[in-house]
Design a protein around this ligand. Structure first.
Ligand SMILES: Cc1cc2nc3c(=O)[nH]c(=O)nc-3n(C[C@H](O)[C@H](O)[C@H](O)COP(=O)(O)O)c2cc1C
Length: 339
């Protein structure tokens, strides 16, 4: 067993509940849906997974049988955190109560999304401009539910680590049980490298678990993030999309082989077809394939062909054709192929 495996496999207490590993799957809109989580769960090895962000306003009325985002398998609830976005504490409380009543591990507040449609509502990263409101939301949730309340946030709107440190203290004082911190300014859409040294500053400022996030694409990166920042664990975003078995690989010694890649693509198609009707299944497959295709030397052509597929059968034929050819791989996903 490597030291990384041993370190990641230490369980961690989050607000009185345990996560068995310190490697988390970060929330990603349009991607960490029920089908992708089912795919990743087949390999295992993660401590917690996060849903895509869900509107706090819509959530109390959502019907899991038809909702594209508020949908889950009962067996994943003990390790599943539902992420919500919103700006009004009462609305957030109503959503959190529903999340608690459904049996999720916890509720996470999105304070990182800088998409205009979200920020215009005062939600996501807009809350970083309003620390009082951000703290009010966390305090309201803390008072309303017993499940862990966590926050995912980024540096802020200026490149100043003090902003992140102050925000982390406010959130912890308001009752947050853990933080996931992505050290980038808003609206920097992953164009510049994240500043991992800010993660250390945040971790040292609070007494709750801090999970580092941003640009971890190899075991070496993961080791470096833990060592350089002292963070309690790591949340993986795009690497989890490219290699959904990465949690099992780093925490459980799973060794991918030649068959792992085509089987994974087929399983994703099958699961999407199971959970969504064909148009939405294909839309989600096209979105995911960009990350998965980055594993391959000719990934750009592969992903372009799949994204042009007119239906799920055509997408499956492209997958078969690609793996019947020379599907040569790089050691890490080619980051030029995705944002
Ligand atoms: C397509 C996409 C969608 C995302 N959606 C969300 C989201 O809904 N909520 C959130 O907190 N972060 C979201 N993020 C940010 C990721 O959780 C993560 O912070 C970011 O990708 C950096 O981590 P990585 O370098 O490991 O990918 C999203 C990222 C991507 C690429």
């Amino acid at each position: 067993m490597t030291q990384l495996t041993a370190d990641l496999n230490r369980s961690i207490d989050i607000g009185g509940r345990q996560a068995d590993s310190r490697l988390l799957m970060a929330p990603m809109a349009g991607l960490t849906h029920v089908a992708f989580r089912h795919l990743a769960a087949g390999y295992g090895g993660y401590g917690l997974m996060f849903t895509e962000m869900c509107s706090a306003k819509a959530l109390p009325q959502e019907n899991p049988r038809v909702s594209p985002v508020f949908q889950w398998r009962p067996s994943e609830l003990p390790n599943l955190v539902c992420q919500i976005f919103g700006s009004d504490p009462d609305t957030m409380v109503r959503a959190a109560r529903r999340i608690e009543s459904e049996g999720f591990f916890g509720v996470d507040v999105n304070m990182g999304c800088c998409v205009a449609a979200i920020c215009k509502q005062g939600a996501g990263a807009a809350l970083l401009r309003q620390p009082d409101r951000a703290a009010d939301i966390v305090a309201a949730l803390r008072g309303a539910v017993d499940i862990p309340v966590t926050v995912k946030f980024r540096t802020g709107w200026q490149d100043d680590p003090d902003l992140a440190v102050n925000m982390a203290r406010r959130l912890a004082d308001a009752g947050a049980d853990a933080l996931t911190f992505h050290p980038r300014v808003a609206p920097d859409l992953r164009a510049r490298p994240p500043k991992w040294d800010y993660i250390r500053a945040v971790k040292e400022a609070v007494d709750i678990p801090v999970f580092g996030n941003g640009e971890v694409f190899s075991e070496k990166d993961c080791r470096a993030m833990l060592d350089k920042t002292g963070c309690h664990g790591v949340a993986l975003g795009r690497m989890a999309l490219a290699r959904p078995w990465i949690f099992a690989q780093w925490t459980g010694g799973f060794v991918p082989d030649e068959e792992t890649y085509p089987k994974c693509a087929h399983r994703m198609l099958d699961l999407l077809a199971h959970y969504y009707e064909s148009v939405n299944a294909l839309r989600r497959f096209r979105k995911w394939i960009v990350y998965f295709a980055a594993n391959f030397v000719y990934g750009h052509q592969f992903s372009s062909k799949v994204r042009r597929a007119k239906d799920m059968d055509a997408a499956r034929r492209e997958i078969d054709a690609f793996f019947a050819s020379d599907a040569a791989r790089g050691s890490v996903p080619n980051r030029n192929l995705f944002q």
